[in-house]
Design a protein around this ligand. Structure first.
Ligand code: FES
Length: 108
């Protein structure tokens, strides 16, 4: 089962095993991870699922779509051109069996 680790600036990370086909936003919301809101339900309209992907996993990510690109320009936390992604656009499984992300200090 795919594994996702959510790091925050302080405290222990949340580590979840989730079914393949689950995106990072949905995994965080259903898993009770603090720091992810997912206000629009994964429609790429709110950017409250914002994450910074850790270095070793960057090469395994799908390309950024046009809708994601637009939202990444208006996130509450600063953008990192290499690591910033929307959690609702990253689906576990099918080549992405494990990932670690840092959560921003604020999503809104
Ligand atoms: S949940 Fe709204 S953009 Fe990802």
């Amino acid at each position: 089962m795919p594994k996702v680790t959510y790091h925050r600036s302080a405290g222990d990370p949340d580590v979840l095993d989730v079914p393949a086909g689950t995106n990072l936003m949905r995994a965080a919301v259903t898993g009770g991870v603090r720091g992810t809101v997912g206000e629009c339900g994964g429609q790429a309209m709110c950017a409250t699922c914002y994450v910074y992907v850790r270095e070793p996993y960057l090469g395994r990510l799908p390309e950024i779509g046009e809708d994601e690109e637009e939202l990444l320009e208006c996130t509450a936390a600063p953008r990192d051109d290499r690591r910033s992604r929307l959690g609702c656009r990253l689906t576990l499984g099918d080549g992405l069996e494990e990932i670690e992300v840092d959560l921003p200090a604020s999503q809104v």
